[in-house]
Write a protein that binds this ligand. Structure first.
Ligand SMILES: Cc1ncc(COP(=O)(O)O)c(C=O)c1O
Length: 469
């Protein structure tokens, strides 16, 4: 089966216009001239349909965001009602709106740890940019004007704006854009699958990673290091599970050097890992939390920074210039986004979708291990809840990666598309990342596992045909 469309297809005019007019995010510009354009047209539940009527099972929840599934009437109704009542007003200065105020109370109740304040933005990148500014302001108020460096991790993804893209630990995001900006450093990724030789337990690897962080902080000078940012479970970098004890060891180092902990829960928040927030499960005690994606399940853009009392108290202690917080966006705290978020949270709560993610996630992982665990190309199957990575290796026994991961990753993504299965990749590695909507049933899990197995068989044939294996 080919996913190639024909020139007589109804989508062909749109495809031509798309190629002529649009630069897609994270697309290879030259390849786009010849590559299929998939014009997605309608969606319901777990399924997205393109203009040619081809149906795709969305095991990637769009970009890891479609937590409640497509086509929820109650969310559309909430958006329409709010648009009719008051389609927009800003939240600068002392202007406010009811959906935003009530959402803030709700978020602080749901939040991991003890959070005191909310700052709104529109995307995960903007939330993480805002975190950098909050951290700078916090230390400026405390008079620690040198304490500004933020440490992120290699293989992490925190966004693609100038600042959040600098936090991101993927070379591709930095290359040609002159990133990272000064004041951002990267430490080792919690990549147990590609751990150095001689490390023989997750606990030992956690200590090794914490030592590396400590060494970096000491080399930089602890009085210059302000914060550490981490996804509880690395998403776009290939679904990397923190090894046992990782955050305990890391937080010992952070506390010792008085460095703030920022949990980037943009993917992991709102039920994805089987809990409302992954921080709770992984023993993370964040000072700041970034949320986006599952906050509105992608029905409307919205993100937020959640701020602990420790940071908020300092922010409110500022006596200079009336404590003017000169930051915000035209659409921060958008009333329609907030109304959508409420309707989305209602569904997550009423249908206990975090609970479903835990249950169906366990089932899906066990199915995948059963079907693919012994496959010669499958190096590791890992994850939590409905956030699962299947990593392919050139040699499973020695965990040897592919000589040309780009080629193998391309084959994998094409093969999944040919099986009409949408998955996410893992930048720079050969990973099928699964993050289906949290409404997935055991039958959906069976279907995902079956299609993925067939896709991996296609990859094996493709590698043999190309002489790469
Ligand atoms: C963990 C994490 N943080 C931040 C972002 C950036 O979010 P956005 O694309 O909305 O800017 C992403 C996006 O995938 C993400 O996965």
């Amino acid at each position: 089966m080919s996913i190639q469309s024909t020139n007589t297809s109804p989508a062909s005019d749109l495809e031509r216009l798309d190629r002529a007019d649009v630069i897609h995010g994270f697309s290879a510009l030259r390849a786009q001239a010849t590559k299929d354009v998939l014009i997605m047209d309608s969606a319901q539940g777990m399924t997205v349909r393109d203009q040619l009527g081809r149906e795709f099972l969305d095991a990637g929840a769009g970009l890891w965001c479609m937590n409640v599934g497509y086509g929820r009437q109650s969310i559309a109704d909430a958006a329409a009602a709010q648009m009719q009542k008051m389609c927009y007003f800003h939240s600068f200065s002392n202007f406010s709106n009811e959906p935003m105020v009530r959402l803030s109370e709700r978020l602080l109740r749901l939040a991991p740890g003890n959070m005191a304040r909310v700052v709104y933005a529109n995307s995960g990148s903007e939330a993480n940019d805002t975190q950098i500014k909050l951290v700078r302001r916090y230390n400026n108020i405390l008079g620690r004007t040198k304490k500004k460096t933020i440490i992120a991790r290699m293989s992490s993804y925190h966004g693609s704006t100038v600042a959040a893209g600098s936090l991101t630990g993927l070379e591709m995001v930095h290359r040609t854009f002159d990133l990272p900006i000064p004041g951002i450093r990267h430490t080792l990724a919690p990549d147990y699958h590609r751990r150095p030789a001689g490390i023989d337990s997750p606990e030992a690897f956690s200590r090794y990673l914490a030592d590396a962080l400590n060494t970096l902080i000491e080399a930089e000078g602890p009085d210059t290091v302000a914060a550490f940012i981490a996804e509880p479970i690395t998403g776009a970098g290939g679904v990397l599970m923190p090894p046992t004890g990782y955050f305990r060891e890391i937080q010992k180092v952070l506390k010792h050097h008085d460095v703030l902990m920022i949990a980037d829960e943009v993917i992991t928040g709102f039920g994805r890992t089987g809990r409302w927030f992954a921080s709770t499960d992984l023993g993370i005690e964040p000072d700041l939390v970034s949320v986006a994606k599952g906050l509105t399940s992608g029905y409307f853009p919205m993100s937020a920074c959640l701020i602990s009392p420790k940071v908020a108290d300092v922010l409110y202690s500022d006596k200079s210039e009336d404590g003017m917080f000169a930051h915000g966006f035209t659409y921060s705290g958008h009333p329609v986004a907030a109304a959508v978020a409420h309707a989305n949270l209602d569904i997550l709560e009423q249908e206990d979708l975090p609970g479903n993610a835990a249950k169906v996630g366990d089932y899906l992982i066990s199915k995948l291990r059963q079907r693919l665990g012994q496959h010669p190309l499958v190096g590791e199957i890992r994850g939590k809840g409905l956030l699962i990575g299947i990593e392919l290796d050139a040699d499973r026994a020695s965990r040897r990666p592919f000589d040309n991961p780009h080629h193998a990753a391309g084959l994998l993504s094409r093969s999944c598309l040919e099986e009409r299965l949408l998955v996410r990749g893992g930048h720079g590695r050969v990973v099928a990342a699964l993050a289906p909507p949290l409404i997935a049933t055991a039958r959906d899990a069976d279907e995902i596992a079956a299609r993925l197995e067939r896709a991996i068989e296609r990859v094996a044939r493709g590698l043999t045909a190309s002489g790469a294996h």
